[in-house]
Write a protein that binds this ligand. Structure first.
Ligand SMILES: [Zn+2]
Length: 350
């Protein structure tokens, strides 16, 4: 598809916000984003990562995935699932998001648009929740899943595993959330100790939010992006795009990395205890993406899910490892519209 004469930018987005009540009584939100003209193609739902929010998909200083989707004619819906930093903090797990938030969001979008199908794009734990919901047969309306970084098989780097094993007991002293915004907060006690420890461990960057994000979500310096992929405006902006991540999720990740796949922890009947033990209950076509320098979830995370999907439905799914990229720079990188988004555009349009 050729580029539009006048590409959409953040200042031209017009947002409509819908509140959605899930079956377990949680309020989540959907932001429908319009550009200068009405969409000509079907709905696309975006699900953000852990400790982030819908807004994280559209850094103001770059050509964002939202701009690109609008210019391609898609009807863009950004989801704030219950882990969004724009919603009141709750001790969420992937179980809750996959069973309640994803189906509620998909049904809201089909209800409002009249479309029978929805294409979904997820980053990090948004990608995992979408993938788990699809594989469990909870969202038959979803015909395309684009998942960045991780989908069904989280593989955590060594130091991230140490964090899970060492920090979990520490935080069990009563602090229910790791707050990435601790980077610049006035807190005392555990928050202050954590913040100062993180500063010592991450001398590579003076931005406290960047260092806390590295600490909380991965292993490496920095863990979530390669600095050379970010422009300075986006790097500064990212400091305010992260917030609380509950220990309930860290506990689930600890179990899941040991099992080599997501393990459900709530005991909901509609979800299998161990994801990917049985064939996927969906016809959706998966496009799995990851940066080859991903230090939050190793690229082998996506390789394992691809092997599982391809075994069940040979030749239907794809896996792309993007050279020179990490975890979140696949969406917030200054050249992501050139290096990463073409894979997303192809997945949606084929
Ligand atoms: Zn940094």
């Amino acid at each position: 598809m050729s580029a539009p004469a006048s590409p959409t930018s953040r200042g031209e987005h017009r947002d409509e916000v819908d509140f959605v009540l899930t079956d377990d009584g949680t309020i989540i939100t959907l932001i429908r984003v319009r550009g200068a003209s009405a969409p000509t193609r079907g709905p696309v739902l975006l699900a953000h990562g852990a400790g982030m929010r819908a807004e994280s998909f559209r850094p103001p200083a770059i050509r964002s995935v939202v701009d690109v989707l609008i210019d391609d004619g898609w009807d863009v819906w950004m989801l704030n699932w219950r882990g969004s930093i724009d919603l009141p903090p709750v001790p969420w797990t992937i179980d809750d998001v996959a069973l309640y938030d994803v189906p509620a969001a998909v049904r809201h979008v089909t209800g409002v648009t009249g479309s029978d199908t929805v294409k979904v794009i997820g980053h990090c734990q948004g990608a995992a929740a979408l993938s788990v919901a699809a594989a469990a047969g909870l969202v038959p309306e979803v015909d395309v899943v684009v998942a960045n970084s991780v989908s069904l098989h989280p593989v955590l780097p060594f130091f991230a595993r140490v964090k899970l094993d060492v920090l979990l007991p520490m935080f069990r002293t009563g602090e229910p959330y790791v707050d990435i915004a601790w980077g610049d907060g006035p807190e005392k006690g555990v928050a202050r100790i954590t913040r100062n420890t993180v500063r010592l461990a991450h001398p590579e960057c003076k931005n406290p939010g960047c260092s806390m994000a590295s600490f909380a979500l991965g292993s490496g310096h920095p863990a979530l992006w390669r600095h050379e992929n970010l422009d300075s405006a986006t790097h500064d902006w990212l400091e305010h795009e992260f917030g609380k991540i509950p220990l309930s999720w860290y506990a689930q990740m600890s179990l899941s990395h040991r099992a080599g796949r997501y393990v459900m922890v709530r005991g909901y009947e509609a979800l299998p205890h161990r994801i990917a033990d049985a064939p996927p209950q969906t016809d959706a076509r998966f496009t799995l993406l990851t940066g080859d320098e991903n230090r939050a979830f190793l690229p082998s995370s996506q390789h394992r899910t691809f092997a599982y999907l391809d075994d069940a439905q040979p030749g239907r799914h794809s896996l792309t490892q993007i050279p020179g990229y990490g975890h979140a720079d696949v969406f917030v990188g200054r050249r992501a519209h050139v290096d990463a988004f073409p894979y997303i555009r192809y997945a949606l349009g084929r």
